[in-house]
Ligand binder design. Structure first.
Ligand code: ADP
Length: 347
């Protein structure tokens, strides 16, 4: 056997590679459904590389200088076919997976956009409905109040209790509407704060004086432990009042007997407000869900008091927006609960 010149070898390789390239592009066009833009150049280049190796290896086998070398080159050629085919298969599989992932990501993006649209529509609906309901509810509360105050003549004794019931339900409804509106604002990132310097000691004192009447009515003992001096924080007064009273409202709602205590403390950095009740308590495994939207725990369902599970969600949002934290501690069912708030002090 005579060995070929380098030029002959090169010529054969180039020619075969050229034909192979055309063949590969033709095959891949079929795979890409005749769309030249969908051609995968990664696979074409891998196929070309593999074909070049095969061609070189086959040529070397043909032009081997001895039978032994021919056997060896043939074995190498067969090995290159096996590895080449498996390499092409792997790359094809990878491209297919990549395409599937891209399609899934695309679908997810479409679904996500749709969900966002629906969420916006839902928020707009809640906001609109709540605003529409506000007027009638305010009228109901207002007129019930006026009637109870005898503004329309002396109210017969037996009508007082139903009227008070109307007034009370109106207040519950109006709080619920405000909660809905707050949630919409939170979701839109629209909850606004008017920050000022507030004396927390005085605020808690005022809250206690207001709540002591409600507590007494339920036969509960409301106590507090406050420092002698003022403690100042920078916050939205109305919103912090709302957050603290949300917790107190719950303590009253979920405590049948015993006491509720408010303890105020501070160190150099923070103010700490702990509100403890001797109420129905909270199962350990449910404590993580307490601050989530529309989450009413099994304890609330058992005793069937009114509520929609928004108060603590809003409270947490308010406290965290002021750079603070809120958490709950309870030893479990029937063992009472402590809600702990901390917030940064004015330096
Ligand atoms: P709501 O009271 O309207 O249901 P909240 O967001 O204020 O909603 O509270 C969420 C849930 O946390 C309540 O449904 C109740 O299960 C539980 N919870 C809140 N405060 C207390 C408390 N002081 N004692 C026991 N459970 C409580």
């Amino acid at each position: 056997m005579t060995s070929p010149s380098t030029f002959q070898l090169l010529l054969v390789v180039v020619l075969v590679a050229f034909i192979a390239t055309l063949f590969i592009i033709f095959l891949n066009l079929k795979y890409a459904k005749k769309n030249i833009r969908s051609l995968e150049f990664k696979i074409i280049s891998i196929e070309l590389l593999v074909l070049t190796i095969w061609t070189a290896s086959l040529t070397k086998t043909f032009f081997s200088t001895s039978i032994d070398f021919m056997g060896l080159n043939l074995a190498l050629f067969i090995l290159s076919i096996i590895f080449g085919v498996s390499l092409i298969k792997t790359v094809l599989k990878e491209i297919k997976t990549q395409k599937m992932v891209n399609a899934l990501v695309n679908n997810l993006r479409i679904i996500n956009d749709r969900l966002r649209q629906l969420d916006t529509q839902k928020s707009e609906f809640i906001s609109l409905a709540s605003h529409q309901m506000r007027g009638p509810v305010t009228s109901i509360q207002g007129y019930a109040g006026l009637i109870l105050d005898n503004d329309y003549g002396e109210v017969p004794e037996k009508m007082k209790a139903p009227l008070e019931h109307i007034l009370h339900s109106g207040k519950d409804l109006s709080e619920m509407i405000n909660d809905f509106l707050d949630v919409v604002k939170i979701e839109k990132g629209d909850l606004k704060f008017e920050i000022e310097r507030i004396d927390v000691t005085k605020m808690i004192q005022d809250i206690k004086e207001h709540y002591i009447i409600h507590a007494n009515k339920k036969g509960l003992h409301l106590k507090s432990k406050l420092p002698d001096s003022s403690i100042f924080i920078k916050a939205d007064k109305g919103k912090i009042y709302q957050a603290i009273t949300n917790i107190l409202d719950n303590s009253l709602k979920y405590t049948k007997e015993g006491s509720i205590s408010i303890v105020l403390n501070s160190n150099k950095e923070k103010v700490f407000i702990d509100i403890t009740d001797t109420g129905i308590g909270i199962n350990k495994n449910e404590q993580d869900f307490l601050f989530k939207k529309f989450n009413r725990l099994s304890n609330a369902k058992e005793i069937d008091v009114s509520g929609i599970g928004l108060g603590l969600f809003i409270t947490k949002e308010i406290i965290e927006s002021h750079g603070g934290n809120i958490s709950v501690e309870s030893e479990g069912k029937g063992k009472g609960s402590t809600f702990k708030i901390d917030m940064p002090l004015v330096k």
